[in-house]
Design a protein around this ligand. Structure first.
Ligand code: SAM
Length: 342
């Protein structure tokens, strides 16, 4: 009950992330798994990433702790604590902290950030997708202080709400965050952010007013957010990600890493989909994905398929350019079809 096989690929990716992360001078790291269950996530990081000297695990549930304690005893450096993860355990500050709860990570974030060294990384999962993706806006407002975007962009909006929430929590402690790797998968969003000194500038957090927003159409109501509108990735870390030899789900992790690599250097928030473009522009048929990517690149824009949706294209092109290109491709298709019929 406390071991979820669906998350095996996610734990594989955690190992890939830690191996790709270069936290500075070579030294062994310390970690804390806040919501440990059996401890499988942190124990895999401890034993398979070869980067950690020690890992602390907190778990208040009696049954889960009964599984965690013997697991930890078998691994030198692992310390299991039968306690609530909303208070930092002995050993803080840590280099790496992981929150992987049932539902929202919000209650765990303040203590996790307080227990993290500046320059350290926090990995956070949120599985309350109904809330983050807009199906329960009142709960989103209460829990995260944000108005989510509903519909096709809802999952990425959820990821950006989580990042905004982390950025605000870090600010309240006089620090700031820098996303290194963030993604949407199945029923959850997950991000790894570095905790940095608060600079003098503001975080890239803002609301989206649909009447002035120049990115992919977000819906007519709004304003939406506040959302993290900056990058989701550190492209150099994403370029170094490789599926660990010990991975439980090699093909799935390979595929996700490949998609993330393609889009990691592109800063555009959200993505365009051929079908949605065709519907909003009233085109006879959607442009093909390859044609859209090719035409954007030919005009000097960066564009790649996003991991978030199979047909999604992330680009730094303004909406006006994407729409002009989509219209041009549709007109081209129509005249070609006419020539074939003639
Ligand atoms: C989704 S499971 C963790 C799964 C684990 N990270 C893995 O990869 O298998 C969430 C765990 O958080 C625990 N939990 C609930 N409330 C908690 C709290 N206040 N402090 C720490 N852990 C808590 C639950 O008992 C449960 O075992």
């Amino acid at each position: 009950m406390f071991y979820n096989p669906v998350m095996a690929a996610d734990r594989d990716l955690a190992i890939a992330f830690v191996r790709a992360w270069r936290p500075g001078p070579d030294r062994e790291l310390t970690g804390w798994e806040v919501t440990a269950a059996t401890g499988i996530r942190g124990l895999r990081l401890l034993t398979e990433s070869e980067r950690f000297a020690s890992f602390v695990f907190t778990e208040p549930n009696d049954d889960a702790f009964a599984a965690l304690a013997p697991n930890a005893r078998r691994h030198p450096g692992a310390v299991a604590i039968h306690d609530d993860g909303r208070h930092p355990p002995t050993g803080a500050p840590f280099d790496y902290v992981d929150i992987d709860p049932y539902g929202s990570p919000a209650p765990f974030v303040p203590a996790a950030l307080a227990a993290l060294r500046t320059g350290g990384v926090i990995g956070v999962t949120a599985t309350d997708m109904l809330v983050l993706a807009g199906a329960q806006p009142a709960v989103a407002k209460r829990r995260y202080g944000a108005v989510p975007i509903r519909g096709r962009l809802g999952q990425e909006s959820g990821l950006r709400i989580l990042l905004m929430f982390l950025a605000r929590a870090a600010r309240s402690q006089g620090r700031s965050v820098r996303p290194l790797l963030s993604y949407v998968r199945e029923h959850y969003v997950r991000t790894y952010v570095e905790l940095v000194d608060a600079g003098s500038g503001d975080d890239p957090v803002g609301t989206i007013d649909p009447t002035t927003w120049d990115g992919p159409p977000v819906g007519a109501r709004g304003p939406y957010g506040p959302l993290w509108l900056g990058s989701l990735f550190d492209a150099s870390i994403v370029a170094r990600l490789t599926t660990p030899g010990s991975a439980a789900q090699t093909r799935e992790v390979d595929a996700l890493i490949a998609r993330l690599r393609g889009e990691a250097g592109i800063d555009g928030a959200f993505y365009y989909e051929p079908n949605s473009l065709a519907a909003s522009l009233r085109l006879a048929a959607p442009p093909s994905l390859a044609a859209l990517l090719g035409a954007l690149a030919a005009e000097g824009y960066r564009a790649a398929r996003t991991h978030v949706r199979p047909e999604g294209v992330r680009s730094d092109a303004p909406r006006s350019a994407v729409e002009r290109i989509a219209r041009g491709l549709a007109a081209n298709d129509q005249s070609q079809n006419a020539r074939v019929r003639a």
